[in-house]
Design a protein around this ligand. Sequence first.
Ligand code: INI
Length: 138
Amino acid sequence: MAARFNDHVVGRLRDGTRRGLARLGVADADIIESWVPGAFELPLAAKVLAQAGKVDAVICLGTVIRGDTPHFDYVCAEAARGIQQAQLDTGVPVMFGVLTVDTEQQALERAGEGTDNKGDEAAVGAVEMALLVRCLRG
Ligand code: INI
């Protein structure tokens, strides 16, 4: 689940996520990619997808860059809170692959071409948590 706001960065997070999933053996055909307007909308879309019962994990990607107003704080806080709530409510792991940064430069540094990419980190976390949840359920 990816947020279009700052999509020049989020596209790089998406690419990092796909590289990470491919490295871990996840087939392209097993990935559902959907977009929402901004990070604020990630929790609802993640929860609906998780509730549909078709996925082992959800990866939320977004980039929130601090501006001159408190808007940043509201978007970050609600994205983080809602994403955590989505995984607790559904029992499906939901990864927080959302950059919360002061500058675009900081965002780009965390959306690199290798494993220096928050999307890659989220991919690794999603596979680990999906396997763990499956194992714990027996
Ligand atoms: N959404 C983001 O994903 N990143 C941002 O940096 C951002 N800023 O700066 O405003 C942002 N705002 C939009 C927000 O996520 C919602 O889409 C919007 O408020 C409509 O609900």
